[in-house]
Design a protein around this ligand. Structure first.
Ligand code: SF4
Length: 371
């Protein structure tokens, strides 16, 4: 058995599940209600749904989703600007696949593509650079969407493009940062929460220390977790144990990947290329210093300046009846949206949480519709 196999071992998982359930019973009895946790990351949302943990722990633990699906939190305003880019003659817009179908206020990239715009899916920004080199007559704009995990890859790509002298490549940066979004979620006085499962991939870049504010400012237990079944059970056990003991700390239970200070090389690359700016998040509004904009030294690769894209007007519109806003803040479950699975499905999504494969509504639809 390889060390990693232990994290998927069925027998070990069953034993630990028994301990989690017993501890959850004790905590629920003490609280007089189920403990409420948020899993911040969309990948955790999918893993928890796939494992059926919500129904296994029903009545003892309530697991809600948070703002950690990058496609879901990309604001209408940003999508409107991406649509404007796609409408420019001679421009190819490159993006990750999930982004195509997310609606802005007037259109989506998929609709623009159907209307003749050159919108392409690239699996890596490096592929977009290669496409730009092969098509020097076009300006290739790659949409930088994602969190601390995607930004270093885009930063490295920019450095490579500059080194190779690629002049017809640029980035539309809509990168976002997770710690400010967590702060925005936790600042909501209406949110009743007992702990957080923190994103493993993001923490690999930021380091554990980046989340110390959760304890200092909000006094909440939290745990950094991996994504295998045992990882998630260990994380739940840790949160319940902290609650049971009346403690609050940021535990790192993903030590095979996450360090105290994070990935210093990746953080350096981010700092070289980007600066922190206030940006709008779908469902959360404008959050101070929660986005990454290209530094002035990279302005020749910044699509906003290179192609004179004006900021689109703010559009606080949400599709009527769509509860994505509340779901991304951990206040509602997808099944509490009245459109879930009758009007809104992955084939006919109404909101972004049903579009993205990491969206909470898509995960519930796929794995928990009948539970
Ligand atoms: Fe929005 Fe559809 Fe989710 Fe309801 S089920 S919150 S309409 S994405």
């Amino acid at each position: 058995m390889s060390p990693l196999d232990r994290f998927c071992d069925t027998e070990l998982s069953r034993k630990l599940m028994g301990r989690v359930a017993a501890l959850a019973d004790e905590v629920a009895e003490r609280l007089g209600r189920p403990a409420v946790f948020i899993e911040v990351c969309g990948t955790h949302t999918v893993a928890i749904s796939r494992l059926g943990l919500r129904s296994l722990l029903a009545g003892r633990v309530e697991l809600r989703s948070g703002p950690g699906c990058p496609v879901c939190v990309t604001d209408h305003q940003e999508i409107d600007m991406m649509v404007n880019l796609a409408r420019l003659p001679g421009v190819t817009v490159g993006t990750f696949g999930d982004m195509l179908r997310v609606p802005g206020s007037r259109s989506s990239l998929e609709r623009e593509r159907a209307g003749g715009a050159d919108v392409r899916i690239f699996y890596s920004p490096l592929d977009a650079v290669a496409f730009a080199e092969a098509n020097p007559e076009r300006e290739v704009v790659f949409l930088g969407i994602g969190f601390e995990t995607t930004a270093p890859v885009v930063a490295s790509t920019l450095m490579r493009a500059r080194l190779q002298g690629v002049k017809n490549f640029s980035i539309f940066s809509a990168h976002k940062l997770i710690p400010p979004a967590i702060r925005a979620v936790l600042s909501d006085p209406e949110l009743k929460l007992d702990g957080l499962i923190l994103p493993g991939h993001v923490s690999a870049i930021t380091g554990r220390r980046a989340f110390d504010f959760i304890v200092k400012e909000y006094g909440l237990p939290s745990v950094i977790s991996g994504f295998e079944p045992m990882d998630i059970l260990i994380a739940l056990h840790e949160l319940l144990l902290q609650l049971h003991r009346g403690e609050a700390r940021v535990a790192n239970k993903y030590t095979r990947v996450v360090r105290e200070e994070g990935n210093l090389d990746a953080r350096k690359r981010i700092a070289e290329c980007f600066e922190e700016v206030d940006v709008p998040w779908r469902g959360l509004g404008v959050i101070p210093e929660s986005g990454l904009s290209l530094r002035e030294t990279f302005r020749d690769f910044d699509a906003r300046f290179k192609l004179n894209i004006e900021p689109a007007p703010p559009t606080p519109l949400y599709p009527p009846g769509c509860a994505c806003k509340e779901i991304l803040r951990g206040k509602l479950l997808p099944t509490e949206c009245r459109l879930f699975s009758n009007v809104c499905t992955p084939v006919h999504p109404v909101g972004p949480c049903m579009v993205s494969s990491e969206g909470a509504c898509a995960a519930y639809y796929r794995f928990e519709r009948f539970s």
